[in-house]
Design a protein around this ligand. Structure first.
Ligand code: CO8
Length: 258
């Protein structure tokens, strides 16, 4: 599919998805969400893409949902917009491959929510995070009230959401929202390097690890351990398990096939 607001490229087994609407700091309007939806399907179906990196063109990752587009929405239209965004973000979160967000600048509102739907966040030193929605008279609408407390705990999530304040990359890392901080304008490069490391491992094991973590965290420890046991056993159906262990015994690098 031809995209107006996205670019899709590949570096080895890494798919790089860039939101490309820098004139509006990559704000998410209906068209951007529609394109994201289609791009995720394309990446999900591409057998050569093992890991996805999501980033934004220019000085922002994403500065939120498009305020100009939302301004005159009726409650029904707002509900539909919120549901579309939430469905697309859930598709991103549950895609069967790891997703790394490379946050070069502003990740505000829907942009912070988009980053949180990714598995890992790499931030440039100048990146800024926040849920400023209450300052616009709305709540977060693309999962912010749900994912932020799951990641940082309710106290910090409430402070961030109630005050609408913006936090630095350093603060975001301190509260566990960001994995790694890197020098300005190197977040994409670092994310691609990390993605390549992940892509060099056994992909059945990587995918099963993602499923085990995401399913387990939403349940109690007994159920979670059962999920892990099943996915662990399933790895033994893969050629990668045989290859990974044989390579260790033979003191050589594994040649994973997936
Ligand atoms: N929506 C639309 N346009 C935007 C947005 C946005 N979220 N953010 C920036 N822009 C536009 C600006 O209007 C400006 O356009 P123009 O050049 O035509 O005037 C251009 O991008 C550049 O922005 P600035 O000139 O403002 O750049 P600055 O560097 O001075 O400031 C900021 C950068 C601080 C990031 C500033 O742009 C800002 O505060 N942006 C809005 C941040 C925000 O409030 N985000 C939350 C939006 S609400 C949301 O995300 C809710 C998600 C759930 C929705 C559920 C649906 C119902």
């Amino acid at each position: 599919m031809e995209f107006k607001y996205l670019t899709l490229s590949k570096d080895g087994n890494v798919g790089i998805l860039t939101i490309n609407r820098p004139e509006a700091l990559n704000a998410l309007n209906r068209s951007v969400l529609q394109e994201l939806d289609a791009a995720l399907d394309e990446l999900a179906n591409d057998k050569d893409v093992y890991v996805i990196v999501l980033t934004g063109e220019g000085k922002a990752f994403v500065a939120g949902a498009d305020i100009a587009e939302m301004k005159d929405m009726t409650p029904e239209e707002a509900k539909e917009f919120a549901e579309t965004g939430s469905r697309v973000f859930r598709k991103l979160e549950t895609i069967d491959k790891p997703v790394i967000a490379a946050v070069n600048g502003y990740a505000l509102g829907g942009g912070c929510e988009l980053a949180m739907a990714c598995d890992i966040i790499i931030a440039g030193e100048q990146a800024k995070f926040g849920q400023p929605e209450v300052g616009l008279g709305i709540t977060p609408g693309f999962g912010g009230t749900q994912r932020l407390p799951r990641i940082v705990g309710t106290k910090i999530a409430k402070e961030m959401i109630f005050t609408g304040g913006t936090i630095t990359a350093q603060e975001a890392q301190r509260i566990g929202l960001v994995n790694k901080i890197v020098p300005p304008n190197t977040s994409l490069q670092t994310a691609i390097e990390m993605a390549k490391t992940i892509a060099s491992k056994g992909q059945v094991a990587v995918r099963n690890s993602k499923r085990a973590i995401d399913q387990g965290i939403e349940t109690d420890i007994d159920e979670g351990v059962k999920v892990e046991n099943q996915l662990f056993a399933k790895c033994f159906e893969s050629v990668d398990q045989k290859e990974g262990m044989t390579a260790f015994i033979e003191k050589r690098k594994p040649n994973f096939k997936n």
